[in-house]
Design a protein around this ligand. Structure first.
Ligand code: S3P
Ligand code: PEP
Length: 447
């Protein structure tokens, strides 16, 4: 493009010449891997993590735990097959410096862990991490007895002055800007002297499946959790103090990272199989079966995995994505190619994700000739014929994969900084060309 600044690193998104027909093995879930690492680090005995996701967000989590004293050995599993990490808990201590990158899970889940360490733990990260909400975690930890120095910012960078233990007890938080505030407090709570009682006071709570994931994973390592969905008080979670077990856990494929591949089947009228799609899961990506079916596809869970087929038609959708916000960029990309308008609602909090995703999607889809407007809590998308051009990604992995989906249908889409997909899916470009038969599928889950 004539007006492209020379410093932009552009990747020409492959245009699909026909219907895709591929089996795509998707690496492990970011959300499961990073929860499992925290829980294993807090356990009273070593544990195994099989098929962990190896990406920027999870390597930052592993590195941070190591700097706090935890042993994490990367290698093969107890039966000699597949990648597995051995996590060996140890006394948590400072001084330590934690780089959170732009990982919500690292910046929210680790300050409570640091409060349990002996010594100072300094948290810093990418410039964007300074803008992402953290006040819920900081204020709650202070109320529970921690000393945190954030120079009044209510955000990164900050120092947790760990005292080797935390009193815990009841605390109120407004988690309407991120469910990760709740998950963060619950994950470390078995190690607080009194456990925790978290009461969410805000009007809305996004990403409930991710809180369910936290509760399920806590229970799987022996924690006692009372929560609204199994008879507890609405918006209140209680975790009792207890020791945690070291487990042998196999990480499910990341269903949100399966999204662009499913979208490829939908957009090209093709067929994609995702092996190891779990029958039951708390991952929000499972909602894609319903959402992409409503948008024109069809799917079946078989022995081979999830078989997802496009029919040639792509329909618009009116949907509240508040529970599954991280799916929004991929759904917006498909919606821009549909035969009718879409309204995506319930995702105002995406303005504080990796980038302001509502602004970014609007600008970039419109830059290709689209007609997207921001609403108070989402996007209104009216499909238009699109043309090629640069799709800026703002260091957001899901912007990059969304642009690639549009590129399947629109020749000449150039994705800026596709390497940003390394946040959760480092092999994305090779997997994408592999899916299209341009070279072998690149993911290796070391199964
Ligand atoms: O707990 C988690 O693993 C996540 C929770 C969600 O965060 P928000 O509630 O901040 O949207 C989600 O968007 C993010 O990708 C992962
Ligand atoms: C919002 C996301 O990530 P994070 O864990 O950094 O919040 C995401 O992956 O879409």
């Amino acid at each position: 493009m004539a007006d492209t600044p020379a410093h932009l690193d552009l990747w020409t998104a492959p245009h699909a010449s026909g219907a895709v027909d591929a089996t795509v093995t998707v690496p492990g879930s970011k959300s499961v891997t990073n929860r499992a690492l925290v829980l294993a680090a807090l356990a009273s005995e070593p544990g195994w993590l099989r098929r962990p996701l190896r990406s920027r967000d999870t390597l930052l989590m592993a590195q941070a735990l190591r700097t706090l004293g935890v042993g994490i050995e990367e290698g093969v599993g107890p039966d000699g097959t597949g990648e597995a990490w051995r996590v060996i808990p140890a006394r948590l201590h400072g001084p330590a410096a934690v780089d959170v990158g732009n990982a919500g899970t690292v910046m929210r889940f680790l300050p409570p862990v640091a409060a349990l360490a002996d010594g100072e733990v300094r948290f810093d990260g990418d410039p964007r991490s300074y803008e992402r909400p953290l006040h819920g975690v900081i204020d709650a930890l202070r109320a529970l007895g921690a000393r945190i120095d954030d120079e009044g910012r209510g955000a990164l960078p900050l120092t947790v002055h760990g005292a080797g233990a935390l009193e815990g007890g009841p605390v109120e938080i407004d988690a309407s800007s991120s469910s990760q505030f709740v998950s963060a407090l619950l994950l470390s709570a078995p190690r607080f002297n009194q456990g925790v009682e978290v009461r969410h006071t805000g009007s809305r709570l996004p990403s409930m499946p991710h809180i369910r994931m936290t509760v399920d994973m806590l229970r799987a390592v022996g924690a006692q959790v009372d929560e609204p969905e199994t008879g507890g008080e609405p918006d209140v979670w209680r975790v009792s103090p207890s020791a945690l077990l070291g487990r042998d856990l196999t990480v499910e494929p990341d269903l949100s990272n399966a999204q662009p591949f499913l979208a490829a089947a939908l957009v090209t009228g093709g067929r994609v199989v995702i092996p190891d799609w779990p029958e039951r899961t708390t991952q929000p990506g499972d909602a894609l079966r319903e959402i992409f079916t409503a948008m024109g596809g069809s799917c079946e869970l078989t022995e081979q995995g999830l078989v997802f087929s496009g029919t040639g038609a792509i329909h618009g959708i009116d949907v509240d994505l508040g529970e599954v916000g991280e799916l929004t960029p991929g759904i917006a990309a498909v919606a821009a190619l549909a035969d009718s308008p879409s309204v995506l609602r319930g995702v105002a909090h995406l303005r504080l994700h990796e980038t302001d995703r509502l602004a970014a999607l609007t600008k970039e889809i419109n830059g290709l000739g689209g007609d997207v407007t921001e609403t108070a809590d989402g996007l209104a998308i009216r499909p238009r014929p699109l043309r090629g051009g640069v799709f800026h990604t703002y260091d957001d992995h899901r912007m990059a994969t969304a642009g690639a989906v549009i590129g399947l249908a629109v020749p000449g889409v150039e994705i800026e900084n596709v390497a940003t997909t390394a946040k959760t899916l480092p092999d994305f470009p090779a997997m994408w060309t592999g899916m299209l038969g341009l070279e072998p599928v690149g993911a290796d889950r070391n199964a």
